[in-house]
Design a protein around this ligand. Sequence first.
Ligand code: FE2
Ligand code: FE2
Length: 286
Amino acid sequence: MTQTDASFDIPETLAACATSVLTTADAMEKTGRSRAYAAEWFRRRKAGDPMPIGSCPPPLQPARPEAPALLSPREVPRRRPGTTAGRKALLHAVAHIELNAVDLHWDIIARFTDVTMPIGFYDDWVQSADEESKHFRLMSACLETMGSFYGELPAHAGMWRAAEDTATDLMGRLTVVPMVLEARGLDVTPGMIEVFRKAEQPDAIAALETIYAEEVGHVAYGSKWFNFLCGRHAIDPKDEFHRLVRHYFHGALKPPFNEEKRADAGLPPDFYWPLAEEAGFTRDLP
Ligand SMILES: [Fe+2]
Ligand SMILES: [Fe+2]
């Protein structure tokens, strides 16, 4: 683990670490704390002295910096990716998603401590939170190369809605966040990499390739723990996934899907395609 800042005091429980990240507004401090706490979690795990999970209620909404201004998706100006302004806006949007993802992964840790889970559940989300923190910093560095910074442009409000909607339902959270929203990231990232390949921006290509590779893991963690809980409650995972998406997700699952990376992440076509078909999309079966 790199880029950690040892100057942070480490809270005594993992849940307190999570709430500390969630209540930190400044993006560099939030991601710095996130990385330092993750490093400490894994250091103690390796030493055979794991940090207790504890319990520490997280805020309903995470603290966020004053900039960027958060607008409804309709108000966020659209820019063409073929322009410098468009590429800047794309990186800014990804930075915003990554910062949100840092909070989402710490939130799942602190929010559901009443549900007894194996310690590997916490390993996976701490790992994910650490990677999202790195992703945010990679995007920030790319923005700086382009003479910009996170906060310069407005960003989407409403990204926390999925967290609020599923604040009392761990299986709903796993369904909507890693298995729908982060899986969507796998679908769209290759196209973004292509934009920066055409523009010959190697730092952005490298950063997005790191993100692309590591996001498969986050979807896989979601799928793993979703299936685990289905097994615990003896329910059919596919039917339950469909039920929870219909209940909690306010949008359509839209093709084209990255079927190969979704499969790598343990997300089979019969999970997502029937929902896309319900929304009117059709698939050409080979
Ligand atoms: Fe990420
Ligand atoms: Fe992620």
